[in-house]
Design a protein around this ligand. Structure first.
Ligand SMILES: *Cc1c(COP(=O)(O)O)cnc(C)c1O
Length: 359
């Protein structure tokens, strides 16, 4: 029998633990930087000697470096333990338990988890069949919060700017724009975070900046908005080594980061062509990964993993487009990497499809 203690809070009942990964040697499953850790950040991680002391409570020095990087005021910046930490804090800052959050789906699954953990009611609003925002749908439940990921994980697509603006205007609450992949895209909503009182743009050091293990994320919004997120966040959320790595990366590694992002974009376009040559229908991508709806994706990924390459497989995605309807909501997401790794991935995919065709 489950005791009252081990059963936990009611709102945790539908929350699962994050899947534990057992990735193959060529791991193209999580959109991290396959070119590595940028050099100044790597040196800073080796030299983080002050770990016997607490970090700055609100990472003030790091906020100043981020502010300079983005050309905003430091009191318009908040930080966290990854952008996961920032999203969790922001969700808690602007909604009470029982409030609704509209989430444009399919998207990054952790947002719904943070919503539930904080007692919110997530409303899943499907993207349109062109992977754009259904603004009316997002507003229909009078949510206190709305979440849009742009470029979107896992589809790689971007919603149109006009619809993001319309959502921000129509919302009686806060719009969170997750820009984890903005470094690979042509546009950003940073300017909206400056000009609109209810827009928070969230970024991460985990993807283009090659520092997923350092766990540093940040967000930009007007000072009054950011202040609430800081309260909800609490002190000491960025470690001494995380702050050191992120600071070094933003001060010294920008040319490295930009150059690797350009490499990822070139690989992305070449990978899309290779998938098309195989008769598949990958979506256009503004991120460092390619999303390809394909029936049997779970089985394909399993065979690919046995052949040494991990990619992310999805099933049960909302059939928001004809391609996703045709694949029964199944798809593969492949992280861009140095081309020799993509060649291994394509060979593993070919082998997996050949095997599937035989059974
Ligand atoms: C990877 C990812 C994150 C999480 O990044 P961390 O900063 O490592 O917590 C947030 N949002 C999206 C859309 C992501 O893909």
């Amino acid at each position: 029998m489950t005791s009252a203690v081990s059963r936990g809070r009611a709102s945790l009942r539908d929350v699962a633990l994050y899947y534990s990964r057992n990735a193959a040697a060529v791991d193209l499953s999580d959109n991290t930087n396959r070119w590595g850790v940028p050099p100044a950040a790597a040196a800073a991680l080796r030299g983080a000697h002050r770990a016997m002391r607490y970090p700055e409570p609100y990472a003030q020095s790091l906020k100043e470096v981020i502010a300079e990087y983005l050309d905003v005021d430091a009191n318009c910046v908040t930080t966290g333990c990854g952008s996961d930490g920032v999203l969790d804090s922001a969700i808690r800052a602007f909604a009470d338990a029982g409030d609704r959050i509209a989430i444009a789906q399919p998207t990054f699954p952790m947002t719904e988890v943070f919503a539930r953990v904080n007692g919110l009611v997530p409303l899943s609003i499907p993207l349109t069949d062109g992977y754009d925002l259904d603004v009316e749908g997002m507003l229909a439940g009078a949510p206190r919060l709305a979440y849009v990921c742009a470029p979107n994980n896992p589809t790689g697509t971007c919603v149109t700017r006009a619809r993001i603006e319309a959502l921000a205007r129509g919302l009686d609450g806060v719009l969170i724009v997750d820009e984890a992949y903005a470094d690979f895209a042509e546009s950003s909503c940073l300017d909206l975070a400056r000009s609109q009182p209810n827009v928070l743009v969230v970024r991460t050091m985990s993807k283009a900046f090659g520092l997923a293990g350092a766990r540093v994320g940040f967000a930009v919004g007007q000072a009054a908005l950011v202040r609430e997120v800081e309260k909800s966040r609490g002190p000491f959320r960025v470690s001494v080594s995380g702050a050191a790595a992120a600071t070094a990366a933003l001060r010294h590694d920008l040319p490295w980061v930009r150059s690797r992002a350009m490499d990822a974009i070139a690989v992305r376009e070449r990978l899309i062509r290779e998938l098309q040559v195989r008769g598949l229908t990958p979506l256009p991508s503004a991120a460092n990964f390619v999303f390809v709806p394909v029936a049997g994706a779970m089985a394909l990924a399993k065979v690919m993993e046995a052949n040494g390459v991990s990619v992310r497989a999805f099933r049960g995605l909302a059939p928001v487009s004809p391609a996703l309807a045709a694949s029964n909501g199944e798809a593969l997401r492949i992280t861009c990497a140095p081309w020799p790794e993509i060649e291994l991935a394509l060979a593993a995919l070919d082998a997996a499809r050949a095997e599937a065709a035989c059974t």
